[in-house]
Design a protein around this ligand. Structure first.
Ligand SMILES: [Zn+2]
Length: 71
């Protein structure tokens, strides 16, 4: 997995700013990311947050239905 990430231009922390959307970059720069448990339920879809996808360009972040979260 790590080798794949490096081949896609990610650093060891899972960051590749060039792949971030403008909106995601703005939210991350402004610290608009909530900490949640991976087992917590997303209020929008009712599924656990750990079932949501990572953010392209910031793999340590998760895309919840209402915004970015950190598990
Ligand atoms: Zn959701």
């Amino acid at each position: 997995m790590q080798a794949i990430q490096h081949s896609l231009g990610y650093d060891e922390f899972g960051n590749n700013p060039d792949l971030l959307t403008r909106a995601d970059k703005r939210n991350l720069d402004r610290g608009r990311i909530a900490r949640v448990s991976g087992d917590a339920t997303c209020p929008a879809c009712g599924e656990a947050y750990r079932l949501h996808p990572p953010v392209q360009g910031a793999l340590w972040a998760t895309r919840g239905c209402f915004g970015l979260v950190k598990l």
